[in-house]
Design a protein around this ligand. Sequence first.
Ligand code: R5P
Length: 228
Amino acid sequence: MNLKSSNPKQIAAEQAVEYIQDGMTVGLGTGSTAYWAIQQIGKKVLNGLQIKAVATSIQSENLAKELGIPLIPFSEVEEIDVTIDGADEVDGAWNLVKGGGGALLREKIIASSSKQLIIVVDESKVVTHLGKFHLPVEVVKFGFELTRNKLSALGCEPKLRMVDQQPFTTDNGNYILDCDFKQINSPSECHDAINNIPGVVDNGLFIGMAARVIVGYQDGSVKELKLV
Ligand SMILES: O=C[C@H](O)[C@H](O)[C@H](O)COP(=O)(O)O
């Protein structure tokens, strides 16, 4: 009997956890794929894996606590050895769109301090061009309408993210504008143009940050994505 899960997100996440070794400081991503990585790390910790972890969201921090994964304060972190996180889109150059769950800012802070960012996705996230998934942009609440106008001027349609008829608020107390660019042809330029707008805290484009991309497929296979 084949007991291996055929959930593509789970198998990608579990493969990524194989890169974690004793003594490492590990960044815990956010979302339904990173969830499986955290679960697997929790199992390994129970079986004696010695690591310290930092989380990219309150949600992941709570999950880590439930599973007994030792968390350390950022004041004690010098460098993170490996971070495992999901993505909403990944292209052949391993550029990413992230922030579907609203965690992009903490995720980017942690990714930028990580020696290795391993991205785990199911096959539906692999795209030729970024942009079908509306790009999340975290903005401060003050004057967000003006910030939204400036984003529109870049050629997208920004929409304030709502939850239960209320604006969604990030772990950092900010709003998210989900921007429909249709297609993002120059991810790096787009990233910089957005972050140059006053009021923007950060956007969900992660350029040149991923060290590996692990993809889980419906047929139960898992592969590392080749860099094009
Ligand atoms: O803000 C959320 C994160 O960037 C997630 O890693 C991303 O949205 C992918 O989430 P999921 O694995 O649930 O599709």
